[in-house]
Ligand binder design. Structure first.
Ligand code: ZN
Ligand code: ZN
Length: 287
């Protein structure tokens, strides 16, 4: 069974995510180690790092992943942006290493000139980052993206190209976002298309590359390539896709976090919905 959790606010101190996660009954957490829409970040202090580790020990059942900045764009057609992104991603991986985080979720960026060139620029930049951070060997989890505008990563082939260009580097994993793949055109609602998706994933990437999920419903329809998250079971995806995922024995133990709207007031409802679906799936597997 998947571990269920949420993206939790780190307002007031990174260490606060653990208590907030515990209040929601989270079995895994995701955080930003810094404000995601700003390049500059203060280095972590020894006190912040120590506090984070000691608070984590109080809640040992929670696995923790981080999400990279929104600004990072290793695929950019602009050299200046790409260089800055390389430096920042390396810095972010070092921060994650200091905090003992299990993996960093990264978007594939965008290239306004050409998708092919974007994938090449991304692959080469990522190789640089991986080489530069051998002393902070945090896994990089490439996230499936919605395909808005000139962004990359809305087809599994894009992610496979990057992994292959990096010779299947052991630090590369994948984070599947249910909303993003749905608006990118992958339909996981019916059992047949659900199975087709995972067969494709396995042949292109290998199921062992899958390291995390973002569980979000979608306000926008299949194939729309517009990224608007919705409450679990309330959007265009509906409950069946989540039922399939939550009863799939291949994904045992993987972290799955929600990034649903109105997180302050609605996270507990969305998690409860998922826990109910997981319980039902568990029962029907026994029958
Ligand atoms: Zn996501
Ligand atoms: Zn999204």
């Amino acid at each position: 069974m998947l571990k269920l959790g949420a993206h939790v606010s780190a307002a007031g101190g990174l260490y606060k995510i653990f208590e907030r996660g515990a209040d929601l009954g989270c079995e895994c957490l995701q955080l930003f180690t810094r404000p995601p829409s700003r390049w500059a970040a203060k280095p972590l202090t020894d006190e912040q790092i120590a506090q984070f580790h000691s608070e984590r020990q109080r809640f040992p059942a929670q696995s923790v992943i981080a999400h990279d900045l929104y600004l990072t764009n290793l695929a950019s057609e602009k050299d200046e942006v790409r260089e800055r992104s390389i430096a920042n991603l390396a810095e972010e991986l070092r921060r994650c290493h200091q905090l003992g985080i299990d993996g960093l979720v990264c978007h594939l960026g965008a290239n306004k000139d050409c998708l092919e060139t974007g994938l090449e620029r991304y692959s080469e930049a990522l190789a640089e980052v991986l080489a530069e951070t051998e002393d902070s060997p945090i896994p990089v989890l490439l996230e499936t993206c919605a395909g808005q505008g000139s962004t990359l990563g809305h087809q599994l082939e894009h992610i496979a190209r990057i992994v292959d260009a990096n010779k299947g580097h052991t630090r590369l994993g994948v984070c599947v976002d249910t909303c993003h793949i749905f608006v990118a055109g992958y339909d996981l609602r019916e059992k047949e298309s659900y199975n087709e998706f995972w067969t494709k994933f396995d042949s292109l990437l290998g199921l062992e590359r899958l390291k995390a999920f973002h569980l979000n419903d979608s306000k926008k329809p299949l194939g729309s390539r517009v990224d608007r998250h919705d409450h679990i079971g309330q959007g265009e995806i509906g409950p069946t896709c989540f039922q399939h995922l939550l009863s799939d024995p291949r994904f045992e133990g993987l972290p799955a976090v929600i990034e649903t709207p109105e997180s302050e007031s609605m996270a507990s409802t969305n998690l409860e919905t998922l826990r109910n679906l997981r319980r039902e799936g568990f029962k029907s597997n026994l029958e």
